[in-house]
Design a protein around this ligand. Structure first.
Ligand code: SPV
Ligand code: MG
Length: 550
C-alpha cells in the first residue's frame, strides 16, 4: 500500500484529471472517502466555519492541526491541507510541515498572501500579496523540512484574485515552481474559466496545475481535462450541503415542535454508529476487555404474582413492588443487579403491570398469570433467556455477594441453595427444598455440588431429607440455554403446564448428563411471602441481623 503522500503525488503527476473533495472534520472526511474520492481538500474556509469562526486565521494553527488529526485518523486517503499563508514566516511553515507529516497529512498548500489572511472571495482585490522572494523562502523551507520525499507542497497564486493580471500570475507561478513547489494552484473568482484556461495554455504543463472552480462551476469538466488541469478541488460543497440540511431541519423542528416530519428525511441514528465504526469497538471489547465487564449476563425477573398472602398490602400492586424501607423490593433488586454491571434487565409482570414503574427495564407480561404459575411466567420471557442469563424471583432480597458469586459460575445451569435452613426444615412449611448430591460442607474448597431433585410434598416426599432451599435465583450459561429450552419445551407440551413452577423445570434439568450445579450459601437472603416477612425484610435492608423464618 502506497503512503498517502505517494498517493497524493500520483494524483498530482498522473495523467488525466483528478478530484479532491472538501472536508472539514473527521466525519465529513470519512464521507469523502466513502463517496470514492481519491483525496481530501482540508479547506481553511470550511474548517474555520465548522468551528464557528471566520476564515481569517481566527482558529489557531494548532486548532487546525487538531481537526486534521481527526480527519487523518478517520480516513486512509491523502489529505491536502489548505495551510493559508503558513500561519507566519518560513519558520512557522517548517514547524507546520513537521507536525503535518506526524499526523499523516499528505500535502500542504500555502498561498502568497499575508498573515492573517482573509478568504479570496471577500474583497479579493484589496488583499496584499506576499513578496515573491519571501514566499519562495517559505516554499524552500517546507521542502527542506519534509521527511517523506513524497510529501507535496502546493504553491497557490493569488495574483488573479488580487487583480494583478496574468503576467504577474505567470511570474509568480514560475518562481514558486523554481523554488521547489510540487504543484501550482491558480485561483480565480471569475464566473467563467477564461483567465484560468489562458493561464493553463501559457503554463503548458510546467508543473501540475490545480484549480478551484467554486465561482466558474458551470464550466464543463471536460474543458478542465482539455486544458490539462491535473486536479480540481471541489472546495466547500459538503459544508454547504450540511448547512442547507441543518437549517431546514432546525427550522422545521422549531416550527412544528415535533420530529415527525423530519425523521424520514434524515439518516437514522444507526448510520451515525456505522460511520463511527461502532461495530469495531464492540468486537474489540470482546477481545480485550476483562471478561467480567463484557460478559455480564442479562437478567429476567419473574414478578407476575400478586402475593395474596400479603392481603391488602398487595391489593394495589404485585408483591415485587411492595416498598421495604420506602423502596420497592424490585427496585432494590434492579439496583443490586446494576451494581454488578447488569444492564439488560427484563421483568415479567402479571398482576397490575402498570404499577411496575422502574426506569430502564424491559417490561414483559404474562397475560395468563391468574391461571398459571411461575414457569409460565418464565416462558413469557423466553426470547430474553440467552446463553448468559440470570433468572430471579421478583420478591428476593439478597446480599450483593450472592449475585456476584453466582454470575462467576461457568456451569451450564447454576442454582443458589441456602443450606442454613437445613436443621429447621419441617414438613409443615412449604418451600423450594432440594436434595443435592453432597451437603454443604462449608469448606473453602466446596465440592462440585449438584442438584438431585426438588422435593414435592404433594408427592409425599419429606422435606427433612433436604440439603437446603433454592432461593429463586439461577444462572443459565452457554449450553445451559439449550438444556433449558429443551426441558421447557418438554414441559410446555403437557396439559398441566400452567401448574408448573420453576422447580419443575429444575427437576427436569437433573435428567441431563450434567444436572444443575448448586452454589451453596448460608442465609443472607429473604423472600417476602407474608406479613412477618415484611418486618424482617425491613430489618434486612437496614443491614441489621435478621432471623429468616421458615
Ligand atoms: C478554502 O477552501 O478555504 C480555499 C479555497 O482556500 S477558497 O475558499 O476558494 O479561497
Ligand atoms: Mg482557504
Amino acid at each position: 500500500m502506497k503512503s498517502r503522500a505517494a498517493q497524493l503525488r500520483d494524483l498530482l503527476t498522473g495523467n488525466g484529471l483528478n478530484f479532491l473533495m472538501e472536508a472539514h472534520n473527521g466525519l465529513s472526511a470519512k464521507i469523502v472517502e466513502e463517496a470514492g474520492f481519491p483525496g481530501i481538500w482540508a479547506s481553511g474556509l470550511t474548517m474555520s466555519a465548522a468551528l464557528g469562526v471566520r476564515d481569517n486565521n481566527e482558529a489557531s494553527w494548532t486548532q487546525v492541526l487538531e481537526t486534521l488529526e481527526f480527519m487523518s485518523d478517520a480516513t486512509s486517503i491523502p489529505i491536502l491541507v489548505d495551510g493559508d499563508t503558513g500561519y507566519g514566516d518560513f519558520n512557522s511553515v517548517r514547524r507546520l510541515v513537521k507536525k503535518l507529516e506526524q499526523r499523516g497529512v499528505a500535502g500542504l498548500c500555502i498561498e502568497d498572501k499575508l498573515f492573517p489572511k482573509t478568504n479570496s472571495f471577500i474583497n479579493g482585490e484589496a488583499q496584499p500579496l506576499a513578496e515573491i522572494a519571501e514566499f519562495c523562502g517559505k516554499i524552500k523551507a517546507a521542502k527542506d523540512t519534509q521527511q517523506d520525499p513524497n510529501f507535496c507542497l502546493v504553491a497557490r497564486v493569488e495574483a488573479l484574485i488580487a487583480g494583478w493580471g496574468l503576467a504577474e500570475a505567470m511570474r509568480r507561478a514560475e518562481a514558486y515552481r523554481a523554488a521547489g513547489a510540487d504543484a501550482i494552484l491558480m485561483h480565480s473568482k471569475k464566473k467563467d474559466a477564461g483567465e484560468i484556461f489562458e493561464f493553463a495554455r501559457t503554463w503548458d504543463g510546467r508543473a501540475p496545475l490545480i484549480i478551484v472552480p467554486t465561482m466558474y462551476y458551470s464550466t464543463p469538466t471536460q474543458q478542465f481535462r482539455a486544458h490539462k488541469i491535473s486536479v480540481v478541488i471541489w472546495a466547500n460543497h459538503l459544508l454547504r450541503a450540511a448547512i442547507s440540511a441543518m437549517q431546514q431541519t432546525a427550522a422545521k423542528v422549531y416550527k412544528e415542535e415535533s420530529l415527525t416530519n423530519v425523521e424520514d428525511h434524515i439518516v437514522p441514528v444507526k448510520e451515525i454508529f456505522r460511520l463511527q465504526k461502532s461495530e469495531e469497538l464492540i468486537a474489540a471489547e470482546e477481545k480485550y476487555l476483562q471478561p467480567s465487564f463484557t460478559k455480564q449476563p442479562n437478567a429476567v425477573i419473574l414478578a407476575a404474582s400478586r402475593g395474596s398472602e400479603l392481603g391488602e398490602l398487595t391489593q394495589a400492586r404485585p408483591k415485587a413492588m411492595l416498598p421495604i424501607g420506602g423502596k420497592p423490593i424490585l427496585a432494590r433488586l434492579v439496583e443490586d443487579l446494576r451494581s454488578h454491571g447488569i444492564r439488560d434487565i427484563a421483568v415479567v409482570a402479571g398482576y397490575k403491570p402498570e404499577t411496575i414503574t422502574i426506569d430502564g427495564i424491559t417490561l414483559l407480561h404474562n397475560p395468563d398469570f391468574e391461571h398459571s404459575k411461575d414457569l409460565a411466567t418464565l416462558a413469557c420471557a423466553l426470547p430474553k433467556v440467552k446463553d448468559n442469563t440470570l433468572i430471579l424471583y421478583g420478591d428476593l432480597l439478597l446480599r450483593r455477594y450472592i449475585v456476584r458469586d453466582l454470575i462467576e459460575s461457568d456451569a451450564p445451569i447454576t442454582i443458589v441453595v441456602d443450606s442454613n435452613v437445613r436443621q429447621k426444615i419441617t414438613d409443615k412449611v412449604k418451600g423450594d427444598y432440594v436434595v443435592c448430591n453432597v451437603p454443604d460442607e462449608r469448606s473453602v474448597f466446596s465440592p462440585d455440588a449438584r442438584l438431585v431433585k426438588c422435593l414435592n410434598s404433594a408427592a409425599g416426599e419429606s422435606f427433612r431429607q433436604a440439603h437446603g432451599q433454592w432461593i429463586g435465583a439461577l444462572l443459565v450459561r452457554g449450553p445451559g440455554l439449550g438444556l433449558l429450552k429443551e426441558s421447557l419445551t418438554r414441559l410446555q407440551s403437557r396439559s398441566d403446564f400452567p401448574n408448573f413452577s420453576v422447580t419443575d423445570l429444575l427437576d427436569d434439568l437433573v435428567t441431563f448428563e450434567h444436572p444443575p450445579r448448586v452454589m451453596y450459601i448460608s442465609g443472607d437472603w429473604l423472600d417476602v411471602n407474608n406479613l412477618p416477612d415484611v418486618e424482617r425484610a425491613s430489618t434486612f435492608t437496614q443491614g441489621l441481623t435478621y432471623q429468616r423464618q421458615l
